[in-house]
Design a protein around this ligand. Sequence first.
Ligand SMILES: [Zn+2]
Length: 127
Amino acid sequence: MPLYDYAPKSAPVTELRACHCTCCQKASGSGGSVNAVVPSADVQIKGTPRRYTMKADSGRTLHRYFCGECGSPIYSQRDANPERMVIRAGTLDNPPPLQITAHIWTKSKAGWSHIDAGAKQVAGQPD
Ligand SMILES: [Zn+2]
């Protein structure tokens, strides 16, 4: 660890989204995931993560990348949007000093997950 490094050549992380979809719940074994959406071109991967392809709650094809040795989730990419990476924020070398700005897929959130009332909430997939 870590297996990758986010190198912000064109855009810093400006937003952290918490995803409460059932896929993120299963993949994390918890309430979901907290993610930074960044341009794929700005990310350098060290090593070769394993890939698992699945159909997301949105119905889209999603690739989930994880460390083949320790199993840590690293990032995901939509099949239709390879130019963007959805990086699991907890694996960043230097996590951005941000609050979670939006919660998505709140309609499937676990009953024990807390959502800050001041954060933006989207019931399903945002635009
Ligand atoms: Zn999700």
